[in-house]
Design a protein around this ligand. Structure first.
Ligand code: ZN
Length: 245
């Protein structure tokens, strides 16, 4: 099937359903110029870790606890893309939700771009840079508070450390977000999975809950689930979805 045919096939699938769920990985945000951690061109290839630490170590719970100031230096410069704008994928998904076709977006990204595009039901498996809280008293803080603070951000009420509500390596995912994601996937008629190689937890595990008949994969490289999909598209996620809405 050529590309144009695949897009029109996806269009048919979208037209025929009012119960679509979207599951997205880093590839959804790379089109907004946010680097993919795990891809060859992503952060991990940089090996620019301060003091000999790899980026993966620097984004771990252990590093955060031990080298909190270095963590925030690294986090502010490499993980936060405040000026990034939603791309065609985010915008198309927001529109699909608005017209009643899409039930939920499940994302591994922490950049808040789905909400910026207007999506309402967004399940953030790895949290969001836009939510921050005091580790002592749980007061909430904005992203700007964390970005503008000199050094380790401290709570203006109790002096506790203010941390981002993002899941670091070595930390567990929020069970309620996982359960809700499973529920949406189990009950979806159409599942569109995009921008993830489906090789790492939790993506690979979550997809197994889908038992419907319309699995669509949009990814630049092959995934271990391609054989289960009705439709595999290896093209820009933004362009593909834009052509369908
Ligand atoms: Zn506090």
């Amino acid at each position: 099937m050529n590309q144009a045919k695949k897009v029109s096939e996806l269009q048919n699938i979208i037209n025929s359903s009012n119960n679509i769920v979207f599951f997205g990985g880093a590839g959804v945000s790379t089109e907004s110029n946010i680097p993919d951690f795990r891809s060859a061109k992503g952060l991990y290839a940089e090996r620019s870790g301060k003091k000999g630490f790899s980026p993966e170590e620097m984004l771990s719970h252990a590093f955060f606890m031990k080298h909190t100031e270095d963590f925030f230096d690294y986090y502010r410069s490499k993980l936060v893309y405040k000026d990034a704008q939603p791309n065609n994928a985010h915008l198309a998904l927001a529109k699909l939700e608005q017209i009643g076709k899409l039930k939920a977006v499940i994302t591994q990204n922490i950049d808040g771009l789905h909400q910026k595009a207007g999506s309402k039901e967004v399940l953030e498996l790895h949290g969001s840079v836009y939510r921050n809280y005091c580790m002592k008293c749980r007061k909430s803080f904005t992203l700007d508070y964390v970005l503008e603070f000199e050094g380790v951000p401290k709570c203006d009420r109790c002096g506790g450390i203010v941390r981002p509500d993002v899941v670091l390596y070595g930390e567990s995912l929020d069970r309620s977000v996982i359960n809700k994601s499973i529920w949406y996937i189990e009950n979806a008629e159409v599942l569109i999975v995009a921008g993830t190689s489906l090789t790492v937890y939790p993506a690979a595990g979550l997809i197994r809950y889908y038992s419907g008949k319309n699995l669509v994969l949009i990814n630049k490289t092959p995934t271990p689930y391609d054989y289960l999909a009705n439709l595999v598209i290896s093209a820009s996620i933004g362009e593909t979805l834009k052509a369908c809405v």
